[in-house]
Design a protein around this ligand. Sequence first.
Ligand code: FAD
Length: 313
Amino acid sequence: MAEVLVLVDHANGEVRKTTAELLTIARRLGEPSAVYIGSGIEDAQGVLGRFGSHKVYVADSPEVTEYLVAPQVDILADLIEKTSPAAVLIPSNPAGKELAARLSIRCESGLITDAVDVQAGPTTTQSVFAGSYTTTSSVTKGTPIITVKPNSAPIEGSPAPAEIVKVDTAVSDAAKAAKITDSKPKEQSGRPELTEAAIVVSGGRGTGGDFAPVEEFADALGAAVGASRAAVDAGWYPHTSQVGQTGKQVSPQLYVAAGISGAIQHRAGMQTSKTIVAINKDEEAPIFELVDFGVVGDLFQVLPQATEAVKRG
Ligand SMILES: Cc1cc2nc3c(=O)[nH]c(=O)nc-3n(C[C@H](O)[C@H](O)[C@H](O)COP(=O)(O)OP(=O)(O)OC[C@H]3O[C@@H](n4cnc5c(N)ncnc54)[C@H](O)[C@@H]3O)c2cc1C
């Protein structure tokens, strides 16, 4: 069975949930092999094996880790040449998409970005034009290189050996043109990462700047907190939490919009959520056109009651 290379998304050995999703998808296409770049493989190996990784190609050297994505392209291009994989799956984050684009040019292979589903073939599904069209695509030339959005597959375990294979980390001088000079870990909010969370609760201008009920409901559900552009532009919430066309694209199992009107630019970032719930005091608000469940009411009354109900279990 052909290998399917999965680029592992991790922070010093702590494997992100998206990798388990990509390994689950990879099993539909062939035999998953993880590609682990950086340190901490001893912490990650168990997780990668639990989700079906037969091999783990490890590249851990300052030649790779002290630079931006270009050296990783050298590593992956070399692995593609040696293993002729059925596909390469890469997380759809900014670094992943840059890497995928460079890799597809290097290998003269077709590239598909932001897949929300990948099935045997591989055939991919994408949600385009602010979620108003769903397209099905497949690569017609070379090795399919596919970036996959978070929450695109329910995670399923399938134990495999996760045999470590050290790879050659000699990279070209051209790949070392941009060096990382400093990096600081993001301040921990204690909440899940917005783009990976299974549940997102977002607040808009309707909060009037008071995000406490939004945060309390999110915490009761173990959710991430998002915001509309109106809320972040007003300085009520950090720009990194903006959901939408010019913010983050989220696709959780459940998206709750509180005090958000549902402008097209906001929808563009959350329309592919599996279940959408809105709380808005205006029954004419456009957000109600796309919800699975809508509450016409004041968020300051509705959210605390919902929080209490969740806490009661
Ligand atoms: C190029 C461009 C890019 C953009 N990108 C983005 C983007 O990425 N993300 C984004 O969000 N927007 C984006 N916008 C802005 C977008 O067009 C809207 O202006 C914005 O989404 C509105 O935010 P809002 O829904 O919070 O505010 P509003 O549209 O003002 O809606 C507030 C809602 O809250 C309701 N409300 C008020 N009080 C309460 C209450 N107490 N309880 C319940 N409901 C209440 C109101 O009925 C209203 O529906 C972009 C715009 C442009 C032009």
